[in-house]
Design a protein around this ligand. Structure first.
Ligand SMILES: Cc1cc2nc3c(=O)[nH]c(=O)nc-3n(C[C@H](O)[C@H](O)[C@H](O)COP(=O)(O)OP(=O)(O)OC[C@H]3O[C@@H](n4cnc5c(N)ncnc54)[C@H](O)[C@@H]3O)c2cc1C
Length: 182
């Protein structure tokens, strides 16, 4: 029996698991390793920030997806890979996961903390799980004026998306004509 390990439960592996579910490979044991059971669908995050969607609307539950794809689900974070022994070492202290084929899809984590002032004054959108947790906190603490004074740093399309989400429909009149890039 071959062992395929999927590292990371992001966008790419979600689609891999969905397709495996439609055409399960024979004689292959498949394991998904992900630190969280719910993976965000990033295209809906601006709507989440705007309050149009709740957490479960814009997150995919990996457990039922794995059941559908006949994939074992292991909730933990990979801490290292031993390519000689062909095994993934996990942060939960549990048994290492042996593989014949390893697919790595752990996404990108920007090193925002290296930018002076970021920890005190900014909220990085990635990792999304931390953004979602912090956003709840900020929303309960923030005033509308505070939100309107936010600046978008390192502005790509995702940052602009997130910013438009942060300004809810009721804030339309407060939107500047041009985005203010900090
Ligand atoms: C606000 C926002 C809006 C966006 N909107 C769009 C859009 O409309 N259209 C579009 O095409 N793209 C959009 N994107 C970009 C899109 O989200 C990314 O391109 C996409 O998520 C990348 O997919 P991925 O599978 O490479 O990684 P990700 O989806 O980032 O997944 C990586 C996964 O790996 C896991 N992981 C990380 N480290 C470990 C570890 N050590 N062990 C195990 N698992 C680990 C993470 O928990 C995560 O689940 C948006 C992004 C953001 C932030």
């Amino acid at each position: 029996m071959k062992r395929l390990v999927l590292l990371g439960g992001g966008h790419s592996h979600v689609e891999v698991i969905r397709r495996l579910g439609m055409n399960p490979p024979r004689d292959t044991r498949i394991v998904l390793v992900s630190p969280g059971r719910h993976t965000p669908y990033s295209g809906m995050l601006p709507g989440f920030a705007a309050g149009h969607y709740g957490f479960h609307d814009c997150h995919i539950d990996l457990e039922p997806l794995c059941r559908l794809g006949r994939v074992e689900f292991r909730t933990t974070e990979a801490q290292g890979i031993d390519p000689i022994a062909r095994r993934v070492l996990c942060s939960d202290g549990g048994a290492a996961i042996d593989y014949d084929v390893l697919s790595i899809n752990v996404g990108a984590t920007p090193g925002a903390e290296a930018i002076p002032g970021t920890p005190e004054h900014a909220l990085p959108v990635k990792p999304v799980s931390e953004f979602v947790r912090a956003w709840d906190r900020i929303q309960s603490a923030a005033t509308r004026t505070y939100l309107n004074n936010r600046r978008v740093m390192r502005c790509g399309p995702n940052a602009m998306n997130a910013r438009s989400g942060a300004l809810s429909e009721g804030d339309e009149d407060k939107k500047p004509d041009q985005p203010q890039l900090g």
